[in-house]
Design a protein around this ligand. Structure first.
Ligand code: GLN
Length: 446
């Protein structure tokens, strides 16, 4: 805890609140109006935290980047956010995101795109782009986001900061507006790995409101490792060659050299099914989304279309037509198709089998390796608009991050240099519940 005389917690909050209000990158969809009471005896002593829009926050707009949730102020707060508050964190603002977390650039937000603080003609990545940009620009010291297929790790890489997607179930999903429930995972954005450990420690834990939450087997420790002696790193050939930009590969190889210098062994290995991750993910995630998004009908939440005809069905239809953006509609159509009775076995059931094979590839990897490492994203931040007309090009951003999501295992992206003046990320993935070891490895390498 911060002792009085060292740093005034209220002043600290006011400093960030002022910066957040003047934010030039459209990172925020809402900023706290005043400086709340600070509990300076708590673990976080009032540290301001920016929260992705899709976390439910009582009485505060929680719109998941969507017009269909316009004006929605939930009657309750997500468990993870309540845990942070209990640890003494203070809500600084809500951050911009791709609508319902569908996207890799934050251009799919109904509230306009977030800009990359390194180059405002470029995207910050997504879907948690506002959270990543706020920490990169120093408008928030810490932020939280969600990662379903890469939405924490990829924007962290593109904004030059640290992003952690913990093991599936480590943090409660209660109060996270759902995209794909078997993949959605909350996590952290910070400037260094020590902060990652601190912020994570304030979020984890089992929750009776989420039956898939389990917490972590041991308390989160502050990382201390100075070297990587005895650590075996596996470099999957499938995720570290073709399709990765040369500048990103060069930075990746430099970091592998650094790992060797720190005492790690680095070996090429195989995750034979990982290249099928994208195909499986883009069936499973839309399938779950099509079901989760059925609840937006103009009756229960947010937006309702005006002047509708055709009775109740007409109101539902016009509300969904006007309330959802193009990418969300695409996912609903893909997902409904994959789940339809004639195609279920060919698409949804097949994708589930591929998911199992990918998870097994990792289980096999842990027999010989402590961690698997890859570039986080295949390229650096791209120009705004460059991929909006080509969904498949956008989906390719998730090539290196989706396999870990399908397997439910933790992955962290740490900044590892620049390519053409833009930041690049290095991903370390470990076995389920290996967070403490993963943080140590990331700390030694950062
Ligand atoms: N870019 C991926 C998608 O559009 C992942 C998004 C996410 O992790 N929420 O689905």
């Amino acid at each position: 805890a911060i002792k009085s005389g060292e740093l005034d917690a209220a002043e600290y909050f006011a400093f960030y609140r002022d910066r957040a209000e003047k934010d030039a990158f459209n990172s925020f969809t809402w900023v706290a109006e005043e400086t709340p009471e600070q509990d300076t005896d708590s673990a976080f002593a009032g540290v301001p935290i920016a929260i992705k829009d899709l976390f439910a926050t009582e009485g505060i707009p929680s719109q998941a980047g969507s017009k269909i949730l316009e004006g929605y102020r939930p009657p309750y707060t997500a468990t993870s956010v309540r845990n942070l508050k209990a640890a003494g964190g203070t809500l600084l603002g809500k951050t911009n995101q791709d609508e319902f977390a569908m996207g890799s650039s934050t251009e799919n937000s109904a509230y306009g795109p977030t800009l990359n603080p390194w180059d405002t003609t470029r995207v910050p990545g997504g879907s948690s782009g506002g959270s990543a940009a706020s920490v990169a620009a120093g408008t928030a010291p810490w932020s939280i986001g969600t990662d379903t297929g890469g939405s924490i790790r990829q924007p962290a890489a593109l904004c030059g900061i640290v992003g952690l997607k913990p093991t599936y179930g480590a943090i409660s999903r209660y109060g996270m507006i759902a995209f794909a429930s078997s993949l959605d995972q909350a996590g952290t954005f910070t400037r260094d790995v020590t902060d990652t450990a601190l912020l994570l420690s304030g979020m984890v834990g089992p929750d009776p409101c989420d039956s898939t939450s389990i917490g972590l087997p041991e308390p989160v420790k502050l990382p201390t490792a100075r070297d990587l002696k005895g650590i075996r790193l596996g470099v999957p050939e499938e995720l570290s060659g073709e399709g990765i930009e040369p500048g990103v590969l060069a930075a990746f190889n430099d970091t592998l050299d650094k790992a060797r210098a720190l005492g790690a062994t680095v070996e090429t290995m195989h995750l034979p099914h990982a290249p099928h991750g994208l195909a499986a993910y883009y069936l499973l995630a839309p399938a779950e989304a099509s079901s989760n998004l059925a609840r937006y009908d103009g009756v229960r939440f947010g937006f309702r279309a005006k002047d509708t005809t055709g009775g109740l069905l007409g109101m539902y239809t016009k509300t969904r037509e006007e309330g959802f953006g193009a990418e969300v509609k695409r996912r609903i159509m893909l997902g409904t198709y994959a789940l339809s009775s004639g195609y279920y076995d060919a698409y949804y059931a097949k994708a589930q089998k591929v998911r199992t094979l990918i998870a097994r590839d990792f289980t096999n990897a842990w027999e010989n390796f402590d961690f698997v490492v890859t570039p986080t994203a295949p390229g650096v931040a791209f120009e705004l608009g460059a991929k909006t007309a080509d969904p498949l090009a956008m989906y390719l951003n998730d090539f290196c991050t989706v396999p870990m999501s399908l397997a439910g295992i933790p992955g962290i992206s740490i900044p590892n240099g620049l390519s053409d003046g833009l930041p690049v990320g290095f991903q370390i993935a470990g076995p389920a519940f290996s967070e403490n070891r993963l943080l140590d490895a990331a700390y030694a390498l950062e």
